[in-house]
Design a protein around this ligand. Structure first.
Ligand SMILES: Nc1ncnc2c1ncn2[C@@H]1O[C@H](COP(=O)(O)OP(=O)(O)OP(=O)(O)O)[C@@H](O)[C@H]1O
Ligand SMILES: [Mg+2]
Length: 83
């Protein structure tokens, strides 16, 4: 899902409110990555990699690593079936 809109329309406010509401859910992981102009032009997924990197550096991330590994394996399998 992409949230887009003109500058200052309230995108960050909506995302912060959403994240605050779902943060207490047991199966929810929240990660932040940022697109910075003039930086990282060689890697299209840099914001995603940044988000995952932060998630895995937080305290208590061992279980997250296991869950993310399982998610990646699922994605890998479904991609293999699709191609
Ligand atoms: N629903 C709202 N009602 C009133 N003020 C709001 C509302 N949503 C956001 N604002 C205010 O509008 C300003 C801009 O909001 P916000 O930073 O969320 O926008 P943005 O779309 O993320 O901006 P940018 O494009 O610069 O990243 C902030 O001062 C915020 O407090
Ligand atoms: Mg914003």
């Amino acid at each position: 899902m992409f949230l887009s809109g003109e500058a200052g329309i309230g995108k960050t406010t909506v995302l912060d409110a959403f994240a605050a509401r779902v943060a207490a859910e047991p199966d929810v992981m929240i990660a932040h990555g940022a697109c910075v102009e003039h930086y990282g032009g060689a890697e299209a997924y840099l914001p995603v990699l940044e988000a995952l990197g932060r998630l895995l550096r937080e305290p208590g991330s061992a279980e997250r690593t296991i869950r993310l590994r399982a998610i990646c394996a699922d994605v890998d399998r479904s991609t293999a079936v699709a191609s």
